[in-house]
Design a protein around this ligand. Structure first.
Ligand SMILES: Cc1cc2nc3c(=O)[nH]c(=O)nc-3n(C[C@H](O)[C@H](O)[C@H](O)COP(=O)(O)OP(=O)(O)OC[C@H]3O[C@@H](n4cnc5c(N)ncnc54)[C@H](O)[C@@H]3O)c2cc1C
Length: 503
């Protein structure tokens, strides 16, 4: 039950950032009776899950597929509490078609569990013990996460929530807490199966930022398990923006205020307690301070330290600066004639290439393709969005930034042309985003995207907590448990809301 009793003065909460994490936090708090002020530096809300329009096309900036829309899924739960409808969506089936180097037929990650079992038995003979282990761990982890544990715990209340989420079935996960996917492959006698390893490296990098050797097994079990029924990955009708727009409208319906093009420049701290924020209105240049009972930062852990300046606790600052280097993204956005798209093209594809080239350190592309009538392209046209992981630093050090961007774009398009019919006649619009673009439009430190990675050292009990060492200051978003993605950051938001409600 909310702590805001009728007649009592509402606690004031400032939310820095209107990404899915911030919007979900703000909308839930406003619904529960808090006085919410949300500030975002960008022009439209949604952060990495927002969109932009060009020549009749609507492009999803980053996120293109959503988990957690099914009954009981995290977006479903949150939209139910907010008493609003979920945006219409279609399940992705296959969730992804994965093309390994030199192969012309894909590995289809089907939504139907039976069909996916048959596919993987055909593709990776002898690997069933590994998949069975994953399925068992997924079942237990999914049920555990559904009981809203607080991870990592930082107070007695957090610890109690964690204890309450544990059931006898949870214990089967405990021996695997310190296992990586690489360890599990070796345990199942599959350490030398290079094809399976390549497939897992590709898929896991999308969710965990790191390859199979480094990804925490319990995280992988969930990330790989959500593609199948009764869960699933979904393609939103309209665009990704509908998710943010509905949350923003709900925030305002319930009395919250969202100010776009307002940047938070610093967070004030006094006596170990967060007191307020310094805000700059980008249009007028006006700078002022707002105070609040709670401040929720929907930013990266690195940006939180920057906003705290010399008020950042030494240990926290050190922990953040010791984090392994995070990835950036290079993304090519194409508006094309529908004739560029092969018939029966799945909504999501992943390609890995043999030859070396500039398109990202693991030489792969994750591709999302619009459907006729899904709101992203005019009739007879389509969008293709292809992203790859990149090291951010060369982009900041580069003298010839435009030249590097052009080379990456050309290389990306020439690789996509091995599958799509891409010619000067079929490409109507093209543009690209680099780490500098993400830094500028999503205000993320150095343009890093996708959170802090799900290695053993940064996963679950060892990850970044929503509760910071500063009283009344909360971190929400993909730097915190349970990691990246719109579903992950929504869990993170729900946790912060429950913590504030019980503080
Ligand atoms: C290329 C790419 C593809 C992806 N694909 C998928 C996918 O298919 N499915 C999926 O679920 N996830 C995907 N993701 C990940 C997903 O988009 C993110 O994990 C998630 O959207 C992050 O949400 P967030 O709320 O944590 O932060 P963000 O989206 O980064 O939002 C933070 C917001 O805070 C604002 N802000 C930051 N600092 C300040 C400040 N000082 N003052 C004011 N405002 C500030 C920013 O402008 C931004 O709007 C993808 C990401 C990328 C980059």
């Amino acid at each position: 039950m909310p702590n805001q009793s009728i007649g009592a003065e509402k606690s004031r909460v400032i939310v820095i950032g209107a990404g899915i994490g911030g919007l979900t936090t703000g909308a839930l708090l406003a619904r529960r009776g808090y006085d919410v002020l949300m500030l975002d530096a960008a022009i439209v809300p949604g952060g990495c899950a927002s969109t932009f329009k060009r020549r009749g096309f609507t492009f999803d900036v980053g996120a293109t597929q959503v988990a957690g829309l099914e009954k009981g899924g995290i977006h479903h739960r949150i939209f139910t509490e907010l008493d609003i409808d979920l945006p219409p969506a279609t399940p992705c089936d296959p969730a992804c078609a994965v093309y390994l180097p030199g192969e012309s037929a894909p590995i289809n990650v089907w939504r139907d569990p039976q069909k996916w079992r048959q596919e993987r038995q055909k593709q990776f003979p002898g690997s069933e013990p590994f998949w069975k282990l994953l399925a068992n761990l997924f079942q237990a982890s999914w049920e555990f996460q559904g009981r809203d544990p607080v991870l990592p715990p930082r107070s007695m209340w957090d610890l109690l929530q964690l204890a309450k989420a544990v059931r006898p079935s949870t214990f089967i996960t405990i021996p695997y807490t310190l296992f990586t996917v690489g360890d599990a492959l070796r345990l199942c006698g599959l350490g030398g199966d290079r094809r399976l390893r390549t497939f897992l490296d590709l898929q896991l990098k999308l969710y965990s930022q790191v390859n199979a050797e480094e990804t925490a097994l319990l995280y992988a079990a969930t990330a790989l398990g959500v593609s199948q029924e009764p869960q699933g990955l979904y393609h939103l009708q309209g665009s990704m923006q509908v998710l943010s727009d509905r949350l923003a409208a709900t925030l305002e319906r319930d009395g919250g205020k969202l100010l776009m093009r307002h940047t938070v420049e610093s967070i004030g701290v006094d006596g170990g307690k967060a007191t307020g924020v310094v805000i700059r209105n980008q249009k007028t240049g006006e700078v002022w301070t707002e105070t609040a009972d709670h401040i929720v930062a929907n930013v990266t852990a690195q940006d939180l330290v920057r906003l705290l300046g010399d008020k950042a606790p030494v240990g926290y600052k050190k922990r953040v600066s010791n984090l392994p280097t995070a990835s950036g993204a290079f993304v090519v956005y194409l508006g094309v004639d529908a004739s560029a798209i092969p018939s029966d093209c799945p909504p999501h594809l992943q390609f890995m290439y043999d030859a070396d080239g500039p398109i990202g350190e693991n030489n792969s592309l994750f591709v999302s393709v619009s459907h006729p009538g899904d709101g992203r392209a005019p009739e007879g046209k389509a969008t293709i969005i292809a992203s790859s992981f990149v090291d951010t630093e060369p982009w900041w050090q580069m003298n010839d930034y435009e030249g590097m961007k052009r080379r990456y774009t050309e290389d990306g398009i020439s690789r996509l042309a091995q599958f799509f019919h891409l010619t000067p006649e079929t490409i109507i619009h093209q543009e690209a985003a680099t780490p500098l673009t993400f830094a500028r439009f999503t205000a993320r430190n150095r343009g890093i995207v996708g959170g802090i990675g799900q290695r053993l050292s940064t996963f679950g009990p060892f990850g970044f907590a929503n509760r910071t060492p500063i009283n009344g200051l909360w971190l929400v978003g993909d730097s915190t448990h349970p990691g990246e993605g719109t579903a992950g950051v929504s869990y993170s938001a729900l946790t912060v809301v429950r913590q504030i409600d019980n503080s």
